[in-house]
Design a binder for this molecule. Sequence first.
Ligand code: MN
Ligand code: MN
Length: 456
Amino acid sequence: MAKQDNLLMKHNSAWNSFKNKEEIFKFTESYKKFLSESKTERACIQNILTTLKKQNFKEFHLIKNLKKGDKFYKLIKEKVIIAGIVGEELDSLNIIGSHTDSPRLDLKPNPVYEDSELALLQTHYYGGIKKYHWVNLPLSLQGIVYTKKEKIILSIGEKEDEPKFIISDLLPHLARDQMEKVGRKVVEAEQLRILFGNIPINENATKNQIKLNVLKILKEQYHVSEEDFRFAEFSFVPSLKPTDIGLDRSLIGAYGQDDKVCVFTSLMALLKTKQTKNTAITFFVDKEEIGSAGDVGADSFILQNFAQEYIEKTNLKIGTGKLFENSRSISADVTAAMDPIYKEVHDKDNASHLGRGVSIEKYGGSGGKYSSNDASAEYMNFIRKILVQNKIPHQIGELGKIDIGGGGTIAMFMSKYGMDCVDVGPCVMGMHSPCEVTSKVDIYCAYLLYKAFFEN
Ligand code: MN
Ligand code: MN
């Protein structure tokens, strides 16, 4: 007779599974450091690159013949890295894909103007944001531009002694009309304007003296002219540093955890992987937040192009189609955490909870499972075996109530090659906000699962 105890599924705190929590806190300290230096996709890719080089990963195009144990990376347009360790069985890959981009405020091509004794910048938001989150928040300017003479990498506002930037919100005293508006319109896209300066260049009372002064500073200190903005990639991101949250220091509050938390954990998993039967691959990709489209998004052919080169370098006698069909993948991305203040949007039995371990979602998308990959029972069983064998705390659920909303990941693009794929990652509270919250134990469990996946 079955014991009643075994009939009921238990939802234990993952914290209880770790007697020694030291390892979790150590691991997440290095995550916080990585995150603080990886706010844009470019910065993130640079950090990954530095880490890989330190660990003796070699540039893919310099390697003629790939053999077991070789460690390589392929950098694509400073925006994507495919890194891997060649396994015993060359003809199958274990791929973990994650995205390096996060919602932010980009600059319009002609952003600088002057109004009411202020120099201002016009922005164009990137990804899914609640616009009212971005007011009254210290921001830093990040970007890159090529001038006639040089490549300029701009970063202003990340260091303590550097100036920050801000979008001002309306004072409550005069906000009676604003407060009547629907949330989507409380702050509108065209109101997301950055305060950039206040001192006129000289006593001349003609127009644009303040704009002129900030342009002069830009030119003298950063070698950037107004014309350069039109050919640049400039963005504003929160200047907040990742920080511990909660008296017990159990949580992390930081910008860009979607999806740098999966970037970091999968990168660490690759570095710590000892034995690989299949070739282990991490795929760090851009543009997920705007639908994975374009030349550096997961919906491009970059993964397939890589597979073609991999086949050539390993002298395999199969095509890319066969290679992918032999392969397995994880779409490493975050999901929503149950928020006790907004319980009504979650189905409590199917929501992920902070502190219950790594979250697995068989499918994402929205409505009737549109725009998702629905992982098979066979593949779910494969993941289950890894979880059980390695005793990894985990939870399995959905993003939120079905008709309330939804969200996509790169799972639908990874799986279109004919590869098994499933969504795996820590859950996040306040996703896409300037300060997203994760639980340290979930981050550690995601790392453990990614590592076990590579070693399987
Ligand atoms: Mn994401
Ligand atoms: Mn996202």
